[in-house]
Design a protein around this ligand. Sequence first.
Ligand SMILES: [Mg+2]
Length: 266
Amino acid sequence: MPPRIVILDNDQTTGDYDVFFKWLNWLEVSNIRNFINIAPILVKFICLFEREQIFRPGLKKFLRRVATLKQEGKIDYVVIYTNQTSEHNTVTDVSGLPITIPKLLEIIYNALSNSNLIDLTLTRPQTGELTKSFSRVFSALDIPLNKWKASKTLFFDDLLEHCPKTNDVTDAEKGHVRVKDYRTPFNSSLFMRMCRTTVSYAINKPRAFYSRQMMIDDMTVAAMSAEILDTENNDYRPKRPESFGYYMPFIEKTFNDYSHNNIIEV
Ligand SMILES: [Mg+2]
């Protein structure tokens, strides 16, 4: 039986993570990462991200459906495949957890789905190659190429040009679902809230230390927000495309009915 795989892009597919990246920058600027455990803070962020629609609406329901199908034995692997980099892999929190967006989103997807959902996370290779490759997924999962069928793989991505159009497998597009890009305006008040939440979790330092940090960081935050609003204001068009509920039928069709020939038009 060919392996049945769900592959998820991150940015503009499962959500719009600009604010998350800015928070990562802030962690480095403020040096506060040396005094915090990220894991309990992520739990707080999940609630905020759902409420402020950083996640594409319906993400939790979607991931839980995928998790159920996996538990029922109808899906074999769930993979994150992102062009986000993990170059800061050596940067960790106080517990030693690597602080990279792909790693943190992996933890968040597992928490959202209430299961051990993600089997593999692939990030941009060191070569900088943006076009994604099915063969990279299979080789990382130790699946021989000749065991693979496009009709049993769903690759959710907002960018066709980043998706496999390679010679490594034939019929690659049949396993590809192009989702409409999901974008939300940069939410500077959410960003401030994330920073303050982080400070409240810091350990082993007197409160005055963080107060001083926050004065500096408020300015950093304001500068970052202004920069973003300034650069994106002219061509920014907020989009509210389909929620993840729109894509649920692809999951159902592909993995519930094994004989279904999965050719998808989106
Ligand atoms: Mg994307």
